[in-house]
Design a protein around this ligand. Structure first.
Ligand SMILES: [Cu+2]
Length: 181
């Protein structure tokens, strides 16, 4: 089992336990009570307190994690830059078409319109020589999307389009080489 699968399984199990406990607590607290017995002002105060707790907790979670999102990331010094341009229907440019292992690669992704066709959304999907998807990123007209990846194995890697972009979407197939140091 991969680390990701373990994390997801544990998180899901914890969520199920918490959900069950909360559901049971709600059920138990309402059993055998009439409408007139409900302490409405008390509930309103608790609801407000809970709202404040949730806002503070979610804001703390946002601040603790937002700086770790992979998009817009720069690969730092010694990086290799590969410019990729998606058109209907090809990866018109993948330059340079070879990189070396163990040094971060910063992909600069752009979408362009050619031959009177509009620039449209594409999805860059990079596959290793065994055909396993390594990562993906949206390619969006009018902006340069950046995504960083460090390759560890030499070989021929494949780029496919993962966003349906029109009739010949399936023809968007390109390759690049990852060389040893
Ligand atoms: Cu496509």
């Amino acid at each position: 089992m991969s680390d990701t699968a373990i994390v997801i399984t544990v998180a899901y199990a914890v969520a199920v336990v918490i959900g069950s406990v909360v559901s049971f607590a709600i059920y138990a607290s309402t059993r055998g009570r009439g409408v007139d017995d409900v302490d409405t002002p008390g509930h309103a105060r608790r609801e407000t307190a809970w709202l404040i707790v949730m806002i503070v907790a979610l804001f703390a979670l946002l601040m603790a994690t937002i700086f770790f999102v992979p998009y817009g990331e720069t690969a730092g010094a010694g990086k290799q830059i590969v410019r990729v341009v998606g058109v209907q229907y090809a990866w018109a440019q993948v330059e340079p078409s070879d990189v070396v292992v163990d040094r971060p690669v910063e992909f600069w992704l752009e979408s362009e319109g050619i031959n009177g066709e509009p620039a449209v959304n594409h999805g860059l999907g990079v596959y290793d020589p065994d055909g396993t998807l390594l990562f993906q990123a949206q390619v969006i007209p009018g902006q340069v999307q950046k995504v960083v990846h460090t390759f560890t194995e030499p070989g021929t890697y494949e780029i496919l389009c993962l966003e349906y972009c029109g009739a010949k979407h399936h023809e968007m197939r390109s390759f690049f080489e990852v060389r040893g140091q």
